[in-house]
Design a protein around this ligand. Sequence first.
Ligand SMILES: [Zn+2]
Length: 503
Amino acid sequence: MTRGFYVTTPIYYINGNPHIGHAYTTIVADVLARAGRTRGDTFFLTGTDEHGQKVADAAAAAGVSPQEWCDRLVPKWQNLFGRFDVSYDDWIRTTQPRHTEKVQRVFERLRRSGDVYLGKYEGWYCANDETFWLQSKLIDGRCPNPECRREVQWLSEDDWFFRLSKYNGRLLEHFRTHPEWVRPRSAYNEMMSMLQEGLEDFSISRSNFAWGIPVPDGAGVIYVWFDALLNYITALGWSEDDERFARYWPASVQLIGKEIARFHTIIWPAVLWALGEQPPELVYAHGWITLDGQKIGKSLGNAADAFELVERFGSDAVRYFLLREGHFGSDFTYSEAKITQRYNDELGNDLGNLLRRVLAMLEKYRDGLVPQPGSSAMGERFADLPARVQMLTFNLQFRDALEAIWELVAALNREIDERKPWTLYREGRSSELDALLYDLCEGLRWLAVMLAPFMPGKSVQMWHQLGLEDGIGDDWQQSLQWGTLAAGTQTAPAQPLFPRIDA
Ligand SMILES: [Zn+2]
């Protein structure tokens, strides 16, 4: 059976509204999924993490049941991702029976195999983070999480434990033999040093609150993180639909924020091994978007209003900015001024004006009809570009991929400036003008195809303005052959792609 390309985002904890940081991870996954679909079978999963104390607290504060709270919040999240043209194939909710039943099945199976056992949990507990902390990690007796710093309480309870320590050696071995499986390098190194310090068993049940998946034949609920991690396989029909599971698992790319790397690269593979499954091929821990040097997040109260951003700049421009501004994996700073600048310079001037100028000249000199091609020199010059863009994209070097695409944008602009179609027209050098206009149109068609994963809305607008109708770039191999654009194609009158925005 051919293996599909499986990309996931973390499932989002819905104790509040989504912010631009959530949209960022999801947009990145969407770019990968859209790129994946130009190559073959692809599955893109996102969803919501709906259990745990913070969800229960948020629901109580709103005066509704936790389930009602989740049912109310999920459409808001889906709506935001919809506004960013996110093309997920499945949205898993951890309160769905398709998930909860399988989580209980995992629990039972691991309890039978001895990987899950009953023990006593004692420690300093932060209810906000739902995390136990060692005495030595506390700061002034408070939670050490810099975004929390709340009071902690001493808890002692009988909990179920996952035998994580048993997998310490195998994890070290896996990290050593798969040095690229956790990226970027900073995340890999951090996890490696945790493994070298040694792992303790990991508590996977809670008896001090009720909003979670009940422990089968036992007291308490399953710890929200253990529950949540399993979504990546429950959504594929683990233990029920073996064919589908084998088609997509192990996942090709699991995207996460760097703050949750430990769960995804230490606990997650160990749980999978305990189940007899493989770890994901790649876990990528991306950086944070910062605003005035602080991580954007609800808890800091500086959540940039993601809806407002889409309203102001449009989905494509925000997607473009997020992928172009920083090297994926590193933190980068967001500001309205920066988006506005990239919008006006790169999208408005470089790309939008290029399309407008070409279509206007075509209208003026050739009644809007694509002329006959000349030599294939331009096509030969950029013959390796699609493969390069694809390689960079699947290597999660989105900024480099966009810069590579911009080489063609710059080359087409230069062709106009240097070869001056208006002079060719005036001097009656008709076949030269035809060849030049053809290259410009074909170059724009290529740009639309290559930009489609990044800017799905505007690339389709480009496609239509070029007079093309069918699916845009469904198959890169086929559509990115220079000379595919048919002479005689009737183009549409130019419409501004990115109307100027005043700073
Ligand atoms: Zn805390």
